[in-house]
Design a protein around this ligand. Structure first.
Ligand SMILES: [Zn+2]
Length: 317
């Protein structure tokens, strides 16, 4: 059996997984990232330790793997190995790959987490068998990954493929990147929650109040769950959210003409309610949609594992 290993460095946790030939994660290890209180080198030490412990579960060491792949939500230069900027850890220009390679006797590859996720879905998930794929991860932000002709596309020095920061509404809501009106300001769960709260203020009669009280907070589910139950204020929020996401998808499809578009992240749990609307609406917005249609929009399949699986296969994409 040939095994591979992927590491997911997130804002809260470091996760490592060993992936077998059937693309199943057969052993896992994790630890807290805690970058706010610890230096970069301590976090790197932990990444190595977590990967070693995962490998040890099946009697392997890191030198037994063809490479060690790392995915993290950051601007990363695959060429220089530099992590240029990370919101989560607040690191700037740290030599992530070099520091890992000092401690690991195998080649190390690093990539942005959304790029790893689309590779994971291509290797083992909902995009298996497709060569042209666009994936959106709708979470705290909007991550995106692009595969063109069977190769991951990340632009010059790996800094591109940020579809979450394409302009959606001129002069719109502020975005985490400093600009206004980005796709992310509307299509993220953060944007959805903001719009849900605003609708709740306008509609004290809405079932969303009871839903939020029952679940302890307003979440990305509040509007969708209540819309499915026929709450009018919730339906308005959910419909508008679907319009935003469909517009963002249509823009990407007009540029890249993928064979399939995948939606990952927590919002994809809204299921057919979301996907039916996206498929129906994106085709109306996409270039020449009435003549040549639009790629099918489907849910991603690997969930949080996509990052680890994709990182483990970064060298092939
Ligand atoms: Zn932005």
């Amino acid at each position: 059996m040939n095994y591979r290993i992927g590491v997911d460095l997130g804002g809260t946790g470091i996760k490592a997984g060993v992936v077998d030939e059937n693309f199943n994660i057969v052993c896992r290890e994790s630890a807290a990232t805690d970058a706010a209180r610890r230096g970069f080198e301590q976090v790197v030490e932990d990444m190595v330790r977590v990967a070693e412990k995962a490998a040890a579960q099946i009697g392997l060491t890191l030198s037994d793997f063809p490479c060690v792949g790392v995915g993290t939500p950051s601007c990363i230069s695959p060429k220089t190995g530099l992590l240029v900027f990370s919101n989560n850890t607040n690191w700037r220009n740290v030599p992530l790959r070099q520091e890992l390679e000092k401690r690991i006797a195998a080649p190390v590859l690093i990539g942005n987490d959304a790029n790893c996720a689309v590779v994971g879905e291509c290797v083992a998930g909902a995009a298996k068998g497709y060569r042209d794929v666009v994936m959106f991860t709708l979470g705290t932000g909007v991550g995106s990954g692009i595969v063109i002709g069977g190769k991951m596309y990340a632009g010059a020095d790996g800094m591109g493929a940020e579809l979450g920061h394409t302009p959606l509404i001129y002069g719109g809501e502020p975005c985490t990147c400093g600009a206004n009106g980005c796709a992310e300001s509307y299509a993220s769960v953060t944007g959805l929650i903001r719009d849900t709260k605003r609708a709740m203020e306008r509609h004290p009669e809405s079932a969303m109040h009871a839903h939020a009280a029952l679940h302890g907070a307003v979440s990305g589910r509040t509007a969708f769950d209540c819309a499915k139950e026929g709450d009018l204020a919730a339906l308005e929020v959910a419909e508008r959210y679907c319009d935003y996401v469909a517009a963002v998808i249509a823009g990407a499809v007009s540029v890249f003409r993928p064979e399939i578009v995948l939606i990952g992240g927590g919002v994809s749990n809204a299921g057919a309610f979301l996907l039916d609307r996206l498929n129906e609406r994106a085709v109306k917005r996409v270039f020449a949609g009435e003549i040549i249609g639009c790629a099918p929009i489907a849910a991603a399949r690997l969930g949080n594992d996509a990052g680890i699986v994709g990182a483990a296969y970064l060298d092939q994409w």
